[in-house]
Write a protein that binds this ligand. Structure first.
Ligand code: DQA
Length: 139
């Protein structure tokens, strides 16, 4: 699940987020999911309410979430509550090292209730996160 502004990957601050597009990231994830024997569904939205609805709907068919919430990481108590409410493990990932940037990026409303967090490795953060999630859900 990709949150706000992640559809801009590839042209968004490439010095921070790299040059891979969202399609590239999803293709890498799909490849790894196959290798791990997982079924993968991907979703991106810039709209907080849509993301909350997706979490609730998807929770009926998935065993866990891999999520880069974008800026919602630092603002959304609603997303934290949704993820807690659906009782599915989730792994939080970030392309950039959010602890080495502006102070406001150091706070995450999600990290404290995530199964794990990976940040700072670019696209590799997603892949490491998916491996962690697979181990957690028994994939
Ligand atoms: C991000 C980090 C967030 O602080 C930022 O708002 C993003 C991307 C990352 O992947 O590094 O949109 O989640």
């Amino acid at each position: 699940m990709h949150g706000q502004n992640l559809r801009l990957l590839g042209r968004r601050e490439p010095e921070v987020y790299g040059t891979d597009t969202l399609d590239d990231v999803n293709a890498r994830l799909a490849e790894l999911a196959t290798e791990l024997g997982l079924e993968l569904e991907t979703f991106q939205s810039n709209h907080e309410g849509e993301i909350l609805d997706f979490v609730e709907d998807a929770s009926r068919r998935v065993d866990g979430f891999l999520i880069n919430p974008g800026a919602l990481t630092h603002t959304s108590i609603g997303l934290r509550d949704a993820l807690l409410g659906v009782e599915r493990p989730f792994v939080e990932v970030h392309l950039s090292n959010t602890h080495g940037r502006e102070d406001f990026r150091r706070r995450s409303y999600l990290s404290g209730v995530a199964a794990g967090v990976v940040y700072g490795f670019g696209v590799e953060s997603y892949l490491l996160g998916l491996r962690g999630l697979a181990a957690r859900i028994g994939g």
